[in-house]
Design a protein around this ligand. Sequence first.
Ligand SMILES: Cc1cc2nc3c(=O)[nH]c(=O)nc-3n(C[C@H](O)[C@H](O)[C@H](O)COP(=O)(O)OP(=O)(O)OC[C@H]3O[C@@H](n4cnc5c(N)ncnc54)[C@H](O)[C@@H]3O)c2cc1C
Length: 650
Amino acid sequence: MANNSPSSNFFSDNADLRWYVDRGVDWAPLVEATEYGFRAPDAIKDIDAAVTFYREVLESVGELSAKYVGAKSSAMDTEHPRVEGGSVIEGPAVTAAFDAFRAAELHRLVFPREFGGLNAPLLVYYLAGEVIARGDVGAMTHFSFHAGIGMAMLAYSIYEGSTKFDVQGGRIESTRFQKQIEEICRGDAWGCMVITEPDAGSDMARLRTKAERDEDGTWRLSGQKIFITSGHAKYHLVIARTEPSSDGGGLGLDGLSMFMVQAFDERPDGTIERYVTIDRVEDKLGHNSSVTAALTYDRTPAQLVGDRGEGFKYMLVLMNNARVGVSFEGIGIIEAALRLARDYAEGRRSMGKSIAQHEMIADYLDEMETDLLALRALAVASAYAEESSQKLGILSKFEATLTDHERQRIERELPRVRARSRRFTPLLKYATSEKAVEHARRCVQIHGGVGYTKEYGAEKLLRDAMVLPIYEGTSQIQSLMAMKDTLNGIVKDPAGFARRSAQSALRARTAQDPLERRVAKIQSLCRGAERSLVAKTAADKLGTVRNLPIGQWKSALVKKWDPKRDFAIAMLHAERLTKMLVDEAVCEVLWEQCQRDSARRPLLERYLERCELRDELLYKEITTTGARILAALAGNEQAQDEAPSAVAAE
Ligand SMILES: Cc1cc2nc3c(=O)[nH]c(=O)nc-3n(C[C@H](O)[C@H](O)[C@H](O)COP(=O)(O)OP(=O)(O)OC[C@H]3O[C@@H](n4cnc5c(N)ncnc54)[C@H](O)[C@@H]3O)c2cc1C
């Protein structure tokens, strides 16, 4: 199998990725935050030296990824992991790749120096992840469950207050999971995130795994978990129920807590003592180099993280990073799909010319490239915002030694980057996952008959891509999150919404730069769609709110809501609005890039050319359709309400 275009370095051969390192990222503030304001004696103070180091790291990852992942992706696809004697045996290609990563000290990349890390920004880690995912997305997933889980442990310890800071020395003095973090940093262990159960996936309120406390104070977990990526890990972050929720039904989100579990111990004689049973490794459609395990906890000892009942909150911390990570997986797949499709189309001839020269295929390839570059821009902006919010939060812990500049930066920047990250993350996860599937499928199509065989690896990309819209929160759940945040924002601050609507409408007419006008038009269209959804929602509920001034919506809207019924129109159109909001966010980010480098203007033009008409159509769908389905659902619900229940029938 040929895999994507033979190359000896998946970073160096990628001009767009190099642009980010050389020009596209404003490194100085990120380096400053990553180095805790250059307090420690071993901090890298010179920004150019820091960026040179990041570039070298990415070049090294690019080389390893081409050699050990891209060139071996066929073996990674076919050598399925299996359970033997209670342990998971991985395929030789995966083992060789991870031996190489460990030897190159890649797992150290983002950990603070005080734990043996290299203290690189998370953004460098994400870019490295994209480069690995281009070779094989399952390998990237397993890679991310090393530092990703170690950094989550550090973040949890900071949140719960068990990390001590050396304020004068500008470093972390100690942290609760230090031993585990140092082990992961060396590449001797990895972790997993354990949430899903047979009866609870998207709906976490239905989780049942129980946590009980022994008389000696030890927490013990009992229950079954499924679909756990890298579930053969030594360290598990597990969500379990410590008490029934306050709704009296026994389920719900508020009774969930977060635990750290050590799944096994190595005995001195080299044998392994297990506290968690690996029931099976799933046999999947693709993503075969990544272990997906079903696990049983049977009075397994566990350590509570944070307070009882805070599990959902802690899970969100980990998930935000994980969603950004999955988005870079999607970009890696689109990069691979585009290269494979383009190489094939340029080499294959039909009807007197290369397939790439046929108009329709040229259009496909152009759209694939436009989406790839645009989504990478959104991914970098999201990752930058998420990392800045985390790092500025850590910097604020050095309270006693903060300079005026740092204090002002925290006050000014922290709320902005938090809001930006919250806004962008579900949009990014949605868009990169869906586009990875769409463009992997296009890659198969461009290959014609051989695309449907295993010869070129196009079908593998499609099989691998199809997991992205499912894990780390499905596409539908991302859409609901984006919709919920949007509605909350409008209801909480209708005047701010009205101001934003007016500003974009004005800029759409009067901005000097035609590109800025076009971006503002997209923004204005989004506000129009939101306004229609809110007005319809409110009108359904109260009949007349549509005619009220916007300033009175708040009081009218917050009365006696039944979220299931009252938001039905918004839920119905959540994915359509999400698509529009993705286009808006991409256009805004590309416009920012144009301010930095005018060479990015053609990319924004290309994106606008494709999204302007798409968003007009989405706007029309949102504002004119949906009534029939909602009426049918309401009818069903009424029928269900009226039907005698099984119990009553007995
Ligand atoms: C390869 C793989 C790896 C995974 N890794 C992990 C892991 O490491 N840790 C972990 O805990 N879990 C993991 N998962 C589980 C994954 O997160 C869940 O499969 C996912 O959250 C969906 O849950 P579900 O499968 O129960 O589907 P359901 O929740 O039953 O959903 C089925 C369908 O209904 C839709 N749906 C559900 N509710 C709504 C709604 N309110 N509105 C509209 N549509 C809705 C969903 O979007 C989906 O399309 C993994 C799954 C896979 C396949």
